[in-house]
Design a protein around this ligand. Structure first.
Ligand code: HMG
Length: 392
C-alpha cells in the first residue's frame, strides 16, 4: 500500500531586494494614468535589485533563516528553481550552498520551466522525502523579472526569493495528492539565451494562462481531487495580482459556479498583499501568495488551500495543501513585513540606470558597488567567475 504519511512545507521564508520603485513614479515618467497600474493590473510597486544583488544573494538571504532555525544536518538535497539563471552550466544553488556553509554530502541542482519551476521542485522534493522521510529538502525559488524599458511588460517586473524546507510531518502545510497537470507548447513568453530581458506576447500570455488553469483543473478533478467548494482560499501564480482574479473567475465560470464577486474577494483577497508591492517574482510568486495568506489569515488550521502554478511555454499544476494545526507559531510574519518595508525607494532615473547596467563579458575584473544592506552580496566578477561574499 502506498505510504500516505504527511509531507509538505515545514518552514517558509522570503527575501526581496534593496530598492523599490513605486508605480506612481513609472506612471509619471511614461504619462500613464496610475489607475491602470493600481486598479487595471493590481500593482503598486516593484522590487528592484541593487547592483550587488541577484538570484543567489536573494536565495541565500531567504534560506539562511531556515538553516538558523533547523540546522542543515538532514538536508541532503538543494533544488534551486529559477528562470533568471546566472550560468548555463553551474547551478546557482551551489553558491547558496557555499554561502550558507552547508556540508558536502548534499546534491544540488537547478531546475527550469519558467514560473512553474518551483512547483516542480516542491513535488520532486516530496518524492525524495517519501523515499527517505528522515531527509529534508531545501527548495529555493529566486527570480528577477526583467522586461524592456518602456514596454508593456515593464510595469509587471519585480524580484524575490522564497525558500522552503520540505519534510515529513511538516509544521506549516501538508501537500496533498493528487495533482492536476497540464502542458501545451505555446510561445507566450520566452527568453533566448542571448537576452537579459524576456520577450512576451502579453495578451497571448493571458489567454495561455487561462487555458492552462482550466487544463490542470480538469486533470485535477479527473484524478479525484477535491471539489471547488472545499477550498478556503486559492493561491495563484501572480505575474500581476489582477491575473489571479482573471484566472479564478475563469475557473468558477468553467465549473458552472457563476462569478460572485464577494466569493472571489474572499477566495483571493489575502493572497495578493506581497505580490502587489513586490511585483512578478516568477518562480517565487505563487509561494509569496501562500506566505501572504498564512501571515494574514485568521486561523486556517485544518483547512484546504488550492495552489495553481503556471509557467509560460507552458506548464501548469493545481494541487491542494492542508494547513497544519499550530502552524501560526512557526510563521515569519514580522520578518516578511520587514523585508518589504526595509526597501529604499528609488526615483525613476536611478531605476533606469540599474535596469541598464550590465557586466563586462571580456573577463576583465569588475567590482560591484557596495549597495545592498542584505546579508549577502555579489562582490564582482573576476576571470568570468562570480564572487560572492557575506556582509560583515
Ligand atoms: P497593456 O497592454 O499595457 O495593458 O498590457 P492593457 O491595455 O491590457 O490594460 C491592462 C488592464 O488595465 C486592463 O484590464 C485595462 O482595462 C486596465 P482588463 O481589461 O484586463 O481587466 N486599464 C485601466 N484600469 C483602470 N484605469 C485605467 C486603465 N487603463 C487600462 N486608466 C500586460 C498588460 C499584462 C499584458 C503587460 O503588462 C504584459 O505584457 N506583462 C507581461 C506578461 C504577463 O505578465 N503575462 C501574464 C500571464 S503569463 C504568466 O503569468 C507567466 C509569466 O509570469 C512568465 C513565466 O511564466 O515565466 C509572465
Amino acid at each position: 500500500m502506498a505510504d500516505t504519511s504527511p509531507i509538505g512545507i515545514h518552514d517558509l521564508s522570503f527575501a526581496t531586494t534593496e530598492y523599490v520603485l513605486a508605480h506612481t513614479a513609472l506612471a509619471q515618467h511614461n504619462g500613464t494614468d496610475v489607475a491602470k497600474y493600481h486598479k487595471g493590473i493590481g500593482q503598486r510597486s516593484m522590487s528592484v535589485p541593487a547592483a550587488d544583488e541577484d538570484i543567489v544573494t536573494m536565495g541565500a538571504a531567504a534560506a539562511a533563516p531556515l538553516l538558523e532555525r533547523h540546522g542543515s544536518e538532514n538536508i541532503r538535497t538543494v533544488i534551486f528553481a529559477t528562470e533568471s539563471s546566472i550560468d548555463q552550466a553551474k547551478s546557482a544553488g551551489i553558491y547558496v550552498h557555499s554561502l550558507l556553509g552547508m556540508g558536502s554530502a548534499t546534491r544540488v541542482v537547478e531546475l527550469k520551466q519558467a514560473c512553474y519551476g518551483a512547483t516542480a521542485a516542491l513535488q520532486f522534493a516530496i518524492g525524495l522525502v517519501r523515499r527517505d522521510p528522515a531527509q529534508r529538502v531545501l527548495v529555493v525559488a529566486a527570480d528577477v523579472s526583467k522586461y524592456e524599458l518602456d514596454s508593456p511588460g515593464e510595469a509587471t517586473q519585480g524580484a524575490a526569493a522564497v525558500a522552503m524546507l520540505v519534510g515529513a510531518e511538516p509544521a506549516l502545510v501538508r501537500i496533498e495528492e493528487p495533482s492536476g497537470v497540464f502542458t501545451a507548447d505555446v510561445m507566450d513568453f520566452w527568453r533566448p539565451n542571448y537576452r537579459e530581458a524576456a520577450l512576451v506576447d502579453g495578451q497571448e500570455s493571458i489567454t495561455a494562462y487561462l487555458l492552462a488553469a482550466e487544463g490542470c483543473w480538469k486533470d485535477y478533478t479527473e484524478q479525484g481531487g477535491r471539489p471547488l467548494e472545499e477550498f478556503t482560499a486559492f493561491c495563484y501564480h501572480q505575474p500581476f495580482t489582477k491575473m489571479a482574479y482573471k484566472a479564478h473567475r475563469h475557473l468558477l465560470n468553467h465549473c458552472g459556479h457563476g462569478v460572485d464577486e464577494d466569493r472571489v474577494a474572499r477566495d483571493l483577497g489575502l493572497t495578493t498583499a506581497y505580490n502587489n508591492v513586490i511585483g512578478n517574482s516568477y518562480t517565487a510568486s505563487v509561494y509569496l501568495a501562500l506566505a501572504a495568506l498564512l501571515d494574514q489569515a485568521d486561523d486556517l488550521s485544518g483547512q484546504a488551500v488550492g495552489l495553481l502554478s503556471y509557467g509560460s511555454g507552458s506548464v501548469a499544476e493545481f494541487f491542494a495543501g492542508t494547513v497544519v494545526p499550530g502552524y501560526r507559531a512557526h510563521l515569519r510574519t514580522a520578518a516578511h513585513r520587514a523585508a518589504i518595508d526595509r526597501r529604499e525607494p528609488v526615483d525613476h532615473a536611478r531605476y533606469r540606470a540599474l535596469h541598464e547596467r550590465s557586466f563586462p563579458t571580456d573577463g576583465e575584473e569588475h567590482r560591484t558597488p557596495a549597495e545592498t544592506t542584505g546579508p549577502f552580496r555579489l562582490a564582482g566578477i573576476r576571470g568570468h567567475k562570480r564572487v560572492y561574499e557575506t556582509r560583515a
